[in-house]
Write a protein that binds this ligand. Structure first.
Ligand SMILES: Nc1ncnc2c1ncn2[C@@H]1O[C@H](COP(=O)(O)OP(=O)(O)OP(=O)(O)O)[C@@H](O)[C@H]1O
Length: 334
């Protein structure tokens, strides 16, 4: 329940720690820091000295010699690399002017709604090690709903799908609490991986993480590719058979199966959630439709498939990738 967020001294900062991006938010100035969730360490150094973090570390991914190690704090929404989390949180804190230890009860961190106790403890440990003081964890989809401007405190059901890089969270919220929820550990990052696997297995063609991300964003942008089959996609990488760098040209349509398979997992989670939703809340959702938030929300095929499977209106929130950040700012402002 939102009303249970209470603290003696008001929090000053909030951290939206995502699989793809880390954002730091203040109540007065909004987003102070917005960079990729990635670090590069010196693998030869006993203490694993930090070489670069955030935007400076991103171009290093897939391009490191053996003496460097790339670390990503989260995988599929779960904190998996504590050293990277600690280093990135500390770096972000320093970028926004955190010096020394923040006073107790001064930081909010958004976490997936289904985070286990162990996962929550891992976030607390990373935040403590990064000198962020005592932290309050808040449920990301609820915060996203606040950021999307949904009337979550009212006696009416709102269905929201938070589409991130590592997780997709489906919630039905009413009276400030989550009534029904489902989390699937798929998102923009697993779609990048599915595209990479498809090119590897079907076309014997290797591409890196950043090329997969660029290709996915092109596929998502129908103003560039159109939604029809008559557009060609050019992919730069290495042909396995020739062993040489080359350009592969494929029709846009060649990626349809990969995209449909990926979004089907999300559609199933939404349909399962609707199946469990009590009838009065179903009535409200019929009127209000489904709201999509998060960075992966603008993919047009997702809205199309959801509308077809449910018969409901599907709307992407304004500036969907910043809904969690806006919600955290609203919570900080009280
Ligand atoms: N226009 C777009 N269309 C489709 N996907 C997009 C678009 N813009 C960004 N993305 C994807 O959104 C994802 C990042 O979203 P977001 O910042 O909400 O994730 P995150 O908070 O880091 O992840 P999570 O909350 O799942 O841990 C990336 O996978 C990125 O490729």
């Amino acid at each position: 329940m939102i009303s249970s967020f209470s603290w003696r001294s008001a929090p000053r900062l909030a951290f939206d720690v995502g699989t793809a991006n880390l954002r730091v938010i203040s109540s007065e100035r909004g987003i102070l820091f917005d960079e990729p969730s990635i670090c590069c360490f010196d693998a030869d150094d006993y203490n694993g000295a930090l070489v670069a973090a955030g935007a400076k570390a991103l171009p290093m991914a897939d391009r490191t010699p053996p003496k460097l190690r790339i670390g990503r704090p989260l995988r599929r929404g779960v904190l998996q690399d504590l050293a990277a989390a600690r280093a990135l949180l500390r770096y972000a804190g320093e970028c926004v002017g955190v010096r020394g230890r923040i006073s107790a009860k001064s930081t909010l961190i958004g976490v997936p709604a289904d985070a286990t106790q162990a996962e929550r403890r891992a976030f607390m440990t990373a935040a403590r090690d990064a000198n962020l003081g005592v932290v309050q964890l808040v449920s990301e989809p609820v915060v996203a709903a606040i950021g999307a401007g949904l009337p979550i405190m009212e006696a009416t059901g709102c269905m929201l799908v938070e589409c991130g890089a590592g997780t997709t969270e489906v919630v039905v919220i009413s009276l400030g609490g989550v009534c029904v929820s489902r989390t699937v550990r798929v998102g923009g990052a697993s779609l990048d991986q599915a595209i990479t696997d498809f090119l590897h297995l079907r076309h014997k063609f290797l591409i890196g993480e950043q090329s997969a991300e660029r290709l996915k964003l092109e596929l998502a942008d129908e103003s560039v590719t159109g939604s029809g089959a008559d557009c060609d996609m050019q992919v730069r990488g290495r042909c396995i058979e020739a062993g040489l760098p080359t350009v592969l040209t494929l029709p846009r349509q060649a990626f349809d199966d990969v995209l449909v398979k990926h979004f089907t997992m999300i559609v199933e989670a939404v349909v399962d959630t609707l199946n469990e939703t009590p009838p009065e809340l179903s009535h409200d959702i019929l009127e209000r439709g489904i709201i999509l938030t998060g960075g992966s929300a603008p993919f047009p095929l997702l809205s199309t498939m959801l509308a077809k499977a449910t018969g409901l209106d599907v709307m992407v929130a304004d500036d969907s990738r910043y809904c969690v950040a806006r919600g955290l700012q609203a919570l900080l402002a009280g």
